[in-house]
Write a protein that binds this ligand. Structure first.
Ligand SMILES: [Ca+2]
Length: 129
């Protein structure tokens, strides 16, 4: 081997290593938080899902509200990424029956957790009741 080629060879090897590590790191960063692929914000929001196990349509809200028509009586799972409890009401007026999801908790199936009544039932969100 010619000594003058060695540094270049070493640099190439080092560059290849850096590129490999960068690609690996990018893969890790892209793959680590499952949330990254979702529309749900990491914190400060309540995340609604159309189906159980956080599947289907999803959206996030962070203030008391009547759910828009696309969400009215449609939600099946829920993540509370706020620092407050969130009450989920059947009534769009935010009165009557409700269930409460504590701060930081998630519910994979409203129907399984709170009873089948609560699947596709929620019409109003009440933050920090
Ligand atoms: Ca309802």
């Amino acid at each position: 081997m010619n000594r003058t080629l060695r540094p270049r060879t070493v640099r190439r090897a080092a560059l290849a290593t850096v590129l490999t590590l960068t690609a690996s790191l990018a893969g890790v960063l892209a793959g680590t938080p499952a949330q990254a692929a979702e529309s749900c914000h990491a914190s400060g929001y309540a995340c609604l899902y159309e189906h159980n196990d956080f599947h289907g349509f999803q959206d996030d809200f962070r203030a008391d509200r009547v759910l828009p028509s696309r969400w009215d009586n449609k939600m099946s799972s829920f993540r509370n990424r706020t620092t407050c409890a969130v009450r989920l009401y059947d009534s769009a007026r935010g009165t009557g029956r409700y269930v409460t999801v504590a701060a930081g908790r998630e519910v994979r199936s409203l129907g399984n957790t709170f009873g089948s009544f609560w699947n596709d039932r929620v019409s109003f969100l009440d933050f920090c009741p």
